[in-house]
Design a protein around this ligand. Sequence first.
Ligand code: ATP
Ligand code: MG
Length: 361
Amino acid sequence: MASKQKVWVLGNGQLGAMLSHAGQPLAIEVLPVDIMTPTDVKLLLADDDIITAEREQWPESALSLQLSSHRNFINGPVFGRLADRYSQKSLLDELKVATAPWELVDDNTDVNALYAKYGERVLMKRRTGGYDGKGQHWLKQAENGQIPADWRNLAIAEQAIDFDEEVSVVGVRTHSGECFFYPLTLNLHQDGILMASISPLPRLAPLQDEANAMLGTIMHGLNYVGVMAMECFRVGEHLLVNELAPRVHNSGHWTQAGTHMDQFQLHLRALCNLPIQQPQVNFPCVMVNLIGIDKDDRWLSLPNAELFWYDKEVRPGRKVGHLNLSVHNTAMLEDSVAKLKSWMPLQYQAPLEWILRSSEF
Ligand code: ATP
Ligand code: MG
């Protein structure tokens, strides 16, 4: 018997765990690696093992180097390029993919010139390390906002986009350069953190071709293989790219319940050069992120809920799980959301109401 295909993952958080879960029915052994804790352990990597990552950045260590220098570290150069917002935004400009107007904040950047160019509110974002809205700093002309010295050369400045809503698309590119895309997902962010997603929504369908073309251009431009996510702002009839993730993504978690091939399996199939067809949507889905709250087994009593609990220590603002609610009929969704509203704390009331308001299937 041929030995099992192994896929090693740089990082051992929830994305790695969900990749492992998706690998099981394909008999792909997915091995997430903790690259944050220093260790002397050397991994037993075989030549035809495959290496991927569940994050864009990692500390350099003997362990991370062993993985990232393997000949089958797929998309190796892409991670660093997208992990730095400066090179990520430069790439979007080079590929002529529409994005929020921006520039590097360097020693010569004058805050008044930023206000003159972009308007009275300008968003600075750290070049690296930001996530869930961390690493952002708003400059407000009305408050005489100035550039902190320790943000120079380490941040970009972006025009504040008065968007209608936030959407994302998750797609895949195969070794032979074929691309497939899931339907657009509508996302609600609160304080920079994704709270909930809905997909597919018929009213977003007119934007799908534009989204696919943008992400396709990016994946081809990078000669990328596997799943990539593109977060966008919808401004009227068009999209602006906010940011890219060279990996499976939180806004694609709904595919676990709603499609015949979720984003985790799709990524593994692409990495392992297995056949891929267009993922089929079985039914619309709503995803609710569980952030900083304790597990509540009442969630399991909902008729249409699938719980993914990450088994991490619960801390304020930390993603500790998600709930996928499949939408077989609106009445069931409304009933489940009403129950969640009665069980969940204050910060969930607005996202749950948003779900009801936005769910037109
Ligand atoms: P993630 O966890 O998705 O990686 P992040 O913290 O890295 O997020 P962004 O996605 O760039 O950073 O920003 C977080 C949120 O901040 C966005 O989802 C959006 O709500 C808001 N935001 C970002 N850029 C802008 C902008 N130019 N104008 C207005 N709002 C913005
Ligand atoms: Mg984001």
